[in-house]
Ligand binder design. Structure first.
Ligand SMILES: Nc1ncnc2c1ncn2[C@@H]1O[C@H](COP(=O)(O)OP(=O)(O)O)[C@@H](O)[C@H]1O
Ligand SMILES: [Mg+2]
Length: 263
């Protein structure tokens, strides 16, 4: 039985948390995604992998309301939805760590975490509460930060990444989309992010994680989906594949071998 099936069987919720069907997206003459379908179940981590330009970030941005798809459907909890903007995504419980982090460099750590959702006291931002809440969320991440009051421009790449992750976490949704969340992190910090992903999964969240680091992917995911030139070329449970086979799918060698052997 596949992990997807076992999740379905053991969960009272029969529907995938997220299901995308036949998603297409072009930028001018560049066909970034063609007929992409995938599903994410509650308590599941899906690894989304592929070479640079494969369309991974475009798919994440469509689910986050940054781009709209040219064709295809998005279903959340068994209901078809339209995600027209980032607010739609947020209200559906989707929280994203973008590849480019999308932080405001000239504002402090706490303001970045609560951007647009600052705690208010009457008509002014309750900074004391915001600082306290920001410290609490960063401490659950166990990421070192000089202070929640320093501007993001003063942080290292890893610390910036931690702020972006803290922001997604503070939104408290059930669907986490993480686009290369460990790219700027050292080994120990990356391990903490992987632990966090396992924790989210334990709480019944669904996580889609993009990474070039197949050790991270194989360490944390249940299923893997490989995109190549905007198309899904492999989708399956982690324990039914190998890193070598995934690399072959990423670079296209798997198809080449199949054609070569006449399959
Ligand atoms: N805003 C955009 N405008 C034009 N082309 C884009 C844009 N975003 C992505 N693309 C193109 O779409 C393709 C997929 O890009 P992307 O989703 O960023 O891939 P990945 O995240 O897998 O590296 C690439 O050819 C990229 O150049
Ligand atoms: Mg990308």
């Amino acid at each position: 039985m596949s992990i997807a099936e076992s999740t379905q069987a053991s969960s009272p919720q029969r529907f995938p948390l997220v299901e995308v069907k036949g998603i297409c997206k072009a930028f001018g003459h560049v066909q970034a995604l063609t007929d992409v379908s995938l599903e994410l179940y509650p308590g599941e981590v899906l690894g989304l992998v592929g070479d640079n330009g494969a369309g991974k970030s475009t798919l994440i941005k469509i689910l986050s309301g940054v781009y709209t798809a040219d064709a295809g459907e998005i279903w959340i909890n068994g209901r078809q939805v339209e995600i027209r903007n980032p607010l739609d995504a947020q209200s559906l419980g989707i929280a994203t760590v973008f590849q480019d982090l999308q932080l405001v460099d000239c504002r402090d750590v706490a303001s970045n975490i609560y951007l647009g959702r600052e705690p208010m006291r009457r008509i002014v931002i309750d900074r004391t509460k915001m600082w306290k809440d920001a410290e609490a969320i960063l401490s659950t991440l166990r990421m070192r930060m000089p202070s929640v009051k320093v501007d993001v421009s003063e942080l290292s790449g890893g610390q910036k990444q931690a702020v972006a992750i803290a922001r997604a976490l503070s939104r408290g949704g059930r669907i986490f989309l993480m686009d290369e969340p460990t790219a700027a992190l050292g080994v120990a910090e990356a391990e903490k992010v992987m632990d966090l992903v396992k924790e989210m999964k334990g709480h019944g969240a669904g996580v889609i994680i993009i990474s070039h680091n197949l050790a991270h992917i194989f360490g944390v995911v249940d299923r893997i989906c490989v995109l190549r030139h905007g198309q899904v070329v492999f989708k399956g449970p982690k324990n039914e594949t190998t890193p070598e086979a995934i690399v072959a799918h990423i670079v296209g060698a798997a198809q080449a071998a199949r054609i070569g052997s006449g399959q």
